[in-house]
Design a protein around this ligand. Structure first.
Ligand code: IMP
Ligand code: MG
Length: 174
């Protein structure tokens, strides 16, 4: 049975916001190449749309991480499932994420990336749930701040479903 999904951010509003973010990012990097790092799988849809709206030269790489298991989850230790293909040394790295929740995954990931010597390291997330933050993360670009609700669409899944929704929605559990 299909779940009922309430629209939280419409496709039109997401598109508009991504265009604004693309503009801001292009203004910052100018003619310098920005190296986008997508955190799989949730960040894929956002990164593709964002990349199309950046006028600075763009290169891209992908990374996949997962939590080490429930007992070590609180430490924020993540396991790298798929590492980057290329070195980020000396590059203007912009990490592109779907959502920041507790902040654990991102703060750990950013530490790893920082140790690899990028020229600059910034973070762009489509969604931010500030009420849920456990670990502080400095976010440079936020699409939308949202309340503490479980959202799907635009890359975000519920049990691997709904990533392909062109809007951001909330599942209305009966
Ligand atoms: P955290 O910031 O380390 O707690 O983890 C963030 C990750 O949890 C995100 O990258 C998502 O994969 C997942 N996540 C958090 N909130 C949601 C949500 O509302 N819907 C779908 N996935 C979520
Ligand atoms: Mg994610």
């Amino acid at each position: 049975m299909q779940d009922k999904i309430r629209v939280l951010v419409s496709e039109e509003d997401v598109d508009k916001r991504i265009e604004e973010l693309g503009k801001k990012i292009s203004e910052l990097y100018g003619d310098e190449t920005v190296h986008l790092i997508c955190v799989l799988k949730g960040g894929v849809f956002f990164m593709c749309e964002l990349a199309k709206r950046i006028t600075s030269p763009v290169s891209m790489d992908f990374m996949s991480v997962s939590s080490y298991g429930s007992d070590t989850k609180s430490s924020g230790v993540v396991k790298i499932i798929k590492d980057l293909d290329e070195s980020i040394q000396g590059k203007n790295v912009l990490v592109v994420e779907d959502i920041i929740d507790s902040g654990r995954t991102l703060s750990y990931l950013l530490e790893i990336l920082k140790s690899r010597g990028p020229k600059t390291l910034r973070l762009c997330t489509l969604l931010d749930k500030p009420d849920r933050r456990v670990v502080n993360v400095d976010v440079d670009y936020v699409g939308f701040e949202i309340p503490d609700e479980f959202v799907v669409g635009y890359g975000l899944d519920y049990d691997q479903k709904y990533r392909n929704l062109p809007y951001i929605g909330v599942i209305e559990f009966e």
